[in-house]
Design a protein around this ligand. Structure first.
Ligand SMILES: NC(=O)c1ccc[n+]([C@@H]2O[C@H](COP(=O)([O-])OP(=O)(O)OC[C@H]3O[C@@H](n4cnc5c(N)ncnc54)[C@H](OP(=O)(O)O)[C@@H]3O)[C@@H](O)[C@H]2O)c1
Length: 337
């Protein structure tokens, strides 16, 4: 028996003779099973299995034939074990295999009045240095507490790519790295939106680039491109919106082409608004601290309007992180994309 999810006991038995390894691959590719499981099945193909437990089924046209063959050959196939949990666990892979695009999650940390930073910028106080950490902070002060910030590292860990705007790079000088301390299967791709390549060469994201930084521009000078490329930074031109900035739909599509299955947006106000207005955001993770900034603090959304289309968060859950809380919810059903 192969217990595909969650990991469990594996009893090896004979594979029915008319089932080939490619049949198995086809069936697994059509399910929500991970590549690790697929690799296991391929490795064990000569030994076969008597029962397949599929937590959820994609419902496309590829797998059912194989499943019918397996069933006809006496292999038991059960679908729906821990379905809800499995669907959540595999949501980025499911979105990617259905659409060729990553699951897009927008994360933001804010005050109760929806401010993502106060008016004080790092470095604006005399004798101050740029902080060594980044994220949901306001000037020198974090918006959310340690527990919420540690959870953000989990989100980064679960993502193939993280995206921020050049405005955030200039304001906060973030590293945008996965500091969960957990091993990764692939490097976290750090993506910066920067229409004209004005990203400071001294910024930490540029200084620490190790084949893991992609800058997306729309109208950059060749010399500016080359200056980044010689540092090993990938620069890609994306078709522009009416405002001359990289178009979000094209951004998400091109990240899909790079086999990015999950994208975490940690934008500032302008990037958050553009991402939501584009309709490309599948999921939000919004952290709230019990604070009120008021005044001219930076809002969650700036610039672009949602064109009168309220974004409705469905199937949401609330999480508590010490004094803070977070709302995790969906703007789309990724299983019906
Ligand atoms: N609390 C949090 O979770 C959190 C997270 C991140 C940032 N922040 C805060 O957000 C503030 C920065 O916000 P921001 O609005 O100035 O910066 P931003 O949203 O990070 O970056 C905006 C800039 O990105 C560039 N850009 C390129 N393509 C874009 C597109 N398609 N849509 C929108 N922008 C695009 C634009 O510059 P060009 O036109 O030159 O390309 C734009 O000015 C900082 O104070 C930071 O602390 C808070």
């Amino acid at each position: 028996m192969l217990s595909a999810w969650p990991s469990g006991s594996q009893v090896r038995v004979e594979l029915p003779s008319d089932i080939t390894a490619s049949d198995v691959e086809e069936a697994m590719g059509a399910s929500y099973l991970t590549r690790d499981v697929l690799a296991y099945v391929k490795g064990q193909k000569a030994l076969g299995f008597e029962k397949i437990l599929l937590p959820a089924w994609l419902g496309n046209s590829v797998g059912p034939t194989t499943l019918a063959k397996l069933r006809a050959a006496g292999t038991k196939v059960e679908i729906g074990l821990f379905e809800a949990e499995a669907k959540k666990l595999n949501e980025s892979f499911a979105k990617y295999i259905r659409s060729g695009k990553p699951l897009v999650t927008l994360k933001s940390a804010m005050t109760l009045d929806g401010k993502i930073a106060d008016a004080t910028k790092p470095g604006s106080e005399p004798g101050s240095a740029v902080p060594a950490t980044e994220g949901a902070r306001s000037g020198y002060h974090w918006i959310t507490g340690e527990l919420a910030r540690a959870h953000v590292q989990q989100l980064r860990h679960q993502s193939d790519a993280i995206l921020a705007g050049v405005g955030t790079v200039m304001a906060d000088d973030p590293l945008l790295t996965d500091r969960s301390g957990l091993p990764r299967r692939r490097k976290l791709l750090r993506v910066i939106l920067d229409s004209y390549l004005r990203i400071p060469p001294a910024s930490r994201v540029i200084q620490t680039a190790d084949n893991d930084v992609l800058v997306l521009c729309s109208a950059a000078e060749q010399s500016a491109k080359q200056a980044l490329e010689v540092k090993g930074i990938r620069v890609q031109q994306i078709s522009a919106t009416g405002e001359g900035r990289p178009d979000f739909a094209a951004i998400v599509e091109s990240l899909g082409d790079l086999e990015i299955t999950s994208l975490l947006i940690e934008g500032g106000a302008l990037v958050n608004a553009a991402a939501l207005a584009s309709g490309e955001v599948d999921k939000v993770f919004l952290y709230y601290a019990p604070k009120i900034f008021g005044g001219d603090a930076v809002p969650f959304l700036g610039g672009e309007s949602l064109h009168g289309k309220a974004q409705c968060v469905q199937r949401f859950e609330l999480h508590r992180f010490g004094e803070d809380f977070a709302l995790e919810g969906y703007l789309h059903n990724t299983y019906s994309v």
